[in-house]
Design a protein around this ligand. Structure first.
Ligand code: MG
Length: 344
C-alpha cells in the first residue's frame, strides 16, 4: 500500500497521543459516557464584619458556634474557647486538632492576630495551620510591620519557603488562608513515594505555588519524612499567643468511601486488648490492628465506634458501653456470619 497524506496525518495523531497520553486513559476525548462533575453550590466571601458561607460540599470544622470538631492532640477535650464567634487559642493549653482526618484537600481558614500587638518577630501573633497531625506548618504570624526571618513569616511553609509576597493585614483584622494540601504518599514498606505539596492564597493573593516540602517543618534543620497515613488531622498551633480562628471548612479532594477520624487515646485504649477470637492492638497515628484469620489488618475509625480496613472489606464495631466489652467483626457483606468477639 502506498503512503498517503491521510495515513501520514493519522500516524502523526497516533504518535502525538502516544507521546502525550490522555489525561485519564480510561476515557476517550469528549467521552459521552464520562460522568458529569457533581454540582456544588459555591459559598460566599467573608467581610471583616461577617464570615462568608462554605461551598455546599464542604465539611465545616468551625462555624462560630461550637468547637465539637476539635480536640487536644491526644483526642481529649480541647481547652481552646469559643468567644465572639471565634475559636481562640488559650496560651499554654496546647495545639488543637480536628477529630476528623483528611487526605488531599482544600482548606479555608480565617484568623486574626491579637490587637494591640504584643511582642516582636516570632513572638507576635504566632500560631500555625498544620497538616499531617502536627507535622507540616503553614505559618500564622502577625507579619504586619513586624520584622522576622523570611521563612518564618505569615504564610511561609515554616523554615522552608517564604511567601512570594507579604499580603498581611493589620493585627485584629480577619485574614484568609485558602490552602490546597497534597499529602505525601508512602509505599507498603513505609518508603516515601511522593512528597507533600502546598499551595496557599493569603487574602486572595497566591503566596505558595504548589511547593514541594522537604519533609516536616521545624525550627533549625531538616527533618526526614516519617511514614504516616495519607489522611491526618488538621491542627492549629498554640505558640503562646491568643490567635483567633473563624469560618474553617475543608473539602477533601479524592472522594473517599468512608470518613475517617482519629479518636482519643483513651477510646482506642478501651478497644484494644485480647478478645475471645483474637486480638486488637494499638498502632501509632491513632490506628488499630485486628488479627483475623491469622492476618494483622490495620483499622481506621469512621465513627466513635465503627472501624474499617483499607485493604480488605473488614468492618468492626466496638461496644464497650454499659459494662459490655464486645467487638462485632464482619468480613465482606456476609453479615449473617458476623463474629461476636467478647473481650477478656
Ligand atoms: Mg507558628
Amino acid at each position: 500500500m502506498k503512503n498517503s497524506p491521510f495515513m501520514a496525518a493519522g500516524l502523526f495523531t497516533l504518535l502525538c497521543t502516544a507521546l502525550h497520553g490522555a489525561p485519564d486513559p480510561q476515557w476517550l476525548g469528549h467521552d459521552r459516557a464520562r460522568p458529569a462533575p457533581a454540582v456544588v453550590t459555591p459559598g460566599t466571601f467573608s467581610s471583616q464584619e461577617q464570615p462568608g458561607t462554605p461551598p455546599s460540599d464542604a465539611t465545616v470544622l468551625f462555624d462560630g458556634k461550637d468547637n465539637s470538631a476539635w480536640v487536644a492532640m491526644d483526642g481529649s477535650p480541647t481547652k481552646w474557647v469559643v468567644k465572639d464567634g471565634a475559636l481562640e487559642c488559650v496560651p499554654g493549653s496546647g495545639y488543637v486538632r480536628s477529630l476528623q482526618a483528611f487526605g488531599d484537600c482544600q482548606l479555608h481558614v480565617e484568623w486574626a492576630a491579637p490587637t494591640p500587638p504584643h511582642g516582636d518577630s516570632q513572638g507576635r501573633g504566632n500560631s500555625g495551620v498544620f497538616f499531617g497531625f502536627g507535622r507540616y506548618e503553614v505559618q500564622v504570624l502577625d507579619s504586619y510591620n513586624n520584622k522576622t526571618y523570611a521563612d518564618g513569616s505569615a504564610a511561609s511553609v515554616y523554615g522552608q519557603y517564604p511567601p512570594l509576597v507579604n499580603a498581611s493585614l493589620a493585627p485584629g483584622r480577619w485574614q484568609v488562608y485558602d490552602i490546597i494540601w497534597t499529602a505525601p504518599r508512602f509505599d507498603d514498606e513505609g518508603k516515601l513515594k511522593s512528597k507533600a505539596r502546598l499551595t496557599v492564597l493569603h487574602n486572595g493573593v497566591v503566596v505558595q505555588n504548589n511547593v514541594e516540602l522537604t519533609g516536616p517543618t521545624g525550627w533549625v534543620g531538616r527533618i526526614p519524612y516519617p511514614n504516616h497515613p495519607e489522611r491526618t488531622p488538621i491542627a492549629f498551633q498554640d505558640h503562646g499567643n491568643p490567635v483567633r480562628y473563624r469560618n474553617v471548612w475543608v473539602r477533601e479532594l479524592n472522594n473517599p468511601r468512608h470518613k475517617e477520624f482519629r479518636l482519643s487515646d483513651a477510646t482506642l485504649d478501651s478497644y484494644a486488648g485480647d478478645y475471645s477470637n483474637g486480638k486488637v492492638t494499638r498502632l501509632p497515628e491513632g490506628l488499630l490492628a485486628i488479627n483475623v484469620g491469622g492476618v494483622d489488618t490495620v483499622l481506621h475509625a469512621e465513627s466513635q465506634t465503627k472501624f474499617y480496613a483499607l485493604t480488605t472489606d473488614i468492618q468492626v464495631e466496638f461496644n464497650v458501653a454499659e459494662g459490655k466489652k464486645q467487638a462485632l467483626v464482619t468480613v465482606g457483606d456476609d453479615f449473617t456470619r458476623a463474629m461476636r468477639w467478647e473481650k477478656k
